[in-house]
Design a protein. Sequence first.
Length: 384
Amino acid sequence: MRLRENQNSLSDSVAKAAGSVLIAVVILILVLILVKFVTRSKDKGRRKAGKPLLESQEVTAWSGLYRFSKYEIQNAMNYNTSTSEKTSLGRGSAGQVYKGVLPSGQVVAIKHIHQGHTSDSFHREVEGLSRIRHPNLVCLFGCCINGPDRYLVYEFCSAGNLAQHLLRKESVLTWERRVKILRGCALGLRYLHHYIDGCIVHRDIKLTNILLTEELEPKLSDFGLAKMIGMEESKVFTEVRGTIGYMDPEYMSNAKLTCGSDIYSFGIVILQLLSGQKVIELDLDARDQITRKVAKDVSLGKRPLLDFEDPRLHGDLNTEDFEAILQIAVLCVAKSSKGRPTIDVVLEVLEKAWKNTVAHKKTRPEVSSPGASSYSHSIDVIPT
Ligand SMILES: Nc1ncnc2c1ncn2[C@@H]1O[C@H](COP(=O)(O)OP(=O)(O)OP(=O)(O)O)[C@@H](O)[C@H]1O
Ligand SMILES: [Mg+2]
């Protein structure tokens, strides 16, 4: 009897304990769901209010990026104590860029992002650029978030952007420099397209986003639009953004972004460097006509490719390399991304041209008449 009573009370307590555990688990699950819901609606609220999702802890967690204080940014921009004026390096759609000097003496470029500009590109630039490092990509040193103000601090490229050099009246970019610049850009682009996690599409390759160091080493800049295409994908569908005149027509018409979209833009850059023309200023139809006509005439062997040459070079170039580069550029701007070469193929042509240029330089070390943009001039001379 007593044994049965004991057994009954034991099973009662087990049932009670199991019941309590069950209730505790249910409560825990409910609490977790509630926490998740509250966090999500907070994020949504912040997004709706246009507030950035980017908080200081997130920036620090991402990378080794230095987080500047507003005070440090102001000090860097007001490096010239003799005047209260800041030195502007230029203005783009995202904001104004100023020259700055850090306490270490390091010269930097500081981009002050417009308050109205999407935090999206700031986010992407910080997230993307902080992880990638290559001699032909502009290095991001740090950023600053101060209330609604956003700043990006980059390495300083003292020779400005490529458009300023190519289209400048007072001096001509020599053939050697053009080849060197194109090769450097292709090296930077190859690094992006063969990134460890997939292909990083820059999406905004153009003359003003190719910055130059004192030695005229090119560096691709502005990663605010960059997009990653994973290993297992060949394309992504995304909102169409970029710069008219450089944008892949396939991407423009169906929002299908591929690595070939950068190849198209780079093709346009190459055509500009060969011809000295502001392709961007030509209307799209006219530009298409030029490239299509060149492509057709090249394939039929009808027309000397040098018809396309920048007259300011006065023929001071390597004809064979010019033809090879023009042919590859024409393929780069093919309407369908399937017809375009990969960056490796483009680089191969540019490497060959660069080797020829260096070899030519070695065999003809003498300096020709002053003022001429001679093929035999030093390849590393900085233009005035
Ligand atoms: N790291 C840098 N070093 C030197 N100059 C720079 C640097 N970054 C930008 N600049 C200068 O500031 C200018 C404005 O740059 P920004 O990237 O904001 O706009 P953009 O590329 O000219 O135009 P868009 O906004 O249409 O892309 C550049 O054209 C360049 O001359
Ligand atoms: Mg730019």
